[in-house]
Design a protein around this ligand. Structure first.
Ligand code: DC
Length: 205
């Protein structure tokens, strides 16, 4: 079974998806980490075509994120990597390569996969599709706490990334047909996790 969780940055996707996976005993897939890995490669090798880097990259996701055998768990979370990830994610060739890698992974077993296009592109047939959102101020506040940064700066950068992620011509961020839209503004993590786990149990029959 596959639970697809999509939504904008700061909606709580990774915290929620990880907790739902633990609760259901499914494996967790953070697809954004793949885009972040390609971003690191692209920053290190600016002359190379990002799509070629994406195709060749050996990305292992688990407790730690390994890129071509190197632990990049912390490096992929820097503001530079976030910015570059949003840029490479707009490249159709990069998306094609990473979607193929994601489909290969989720072909076997039970998964909670989280990203921007899991329900729309990677796995439109997912048994449960959830679109997590929250108002921009709340999302920025959550990210600011997480990053130890100033909330107004995060809000401004977030607006730019939201704009790019929702208006790119290839796989723009949007709720998939049939997705359950969950606005988590003012909701606790426990509450969101319980709701999704309960929906998943219902869908599993
Ligand atoms: O979820 P995240 O912040 O780690 O994602 C990093 C970037 O990758 C972000 O700009 C959105 C993009 N992304 C995407 O386009 N498609 C996905 N399935 C996951 C992430």
């Amino acid at each position: 079974m596959l639970v697809a969780i999509d939504g904008p940055a700061g909606a709580g996707k990774s915290t929620v998806a990880r907790a739902v996976a633990r609760e259901l005993h499914f494996t967790y897939l953070a697809s954004g980490a793949m885009y972040r890995c390609v971003a690191l490669l692209s920053l290190a090798m600016p002359a190379s075509e990002p799509a070629a880097l994406a195709r060749a990259a050996r990305i292992e996701l688990g407790e730690r994120v390994l890129l071509d055998g190197r632990d990049v768990t912390e490096e992929i979370r820097t503001p530079e990597a976030s910015e570059a990830a949003s840029r490479v994610a707009a490249d159709p060739g990069v998306r094609e390569a990473l979607v193929a890698k994601q489909r290969e992974l989720i072909a076997g077993g039970d998964w909670v996969a989280e990203g921007r296009d899991i329900g729309t592109v990677v796995a439109p047939d997912a048994e449960l599709k959830v679109f997590l959102t929250a108002n921009p101020e709340e999302r920025a506040r959550r990210r600011a706490v997480e990053l130890g940064a100033d909330s107004a700066t995060v809000l401004a950068e977030q607006a730019l990334r939201d704009e790019r992620d929702t208006t790119r011509s290839h796989s723009p961020l949007q709720a998939a047909p049939g997705a359950v839209v969950l606005d988590t503004t003012g909701m606790g993590v426990e509450q969101v996790v319980a709701r999704i786990a309960s929906l998943a149990r219902d869908r599993a029959g």
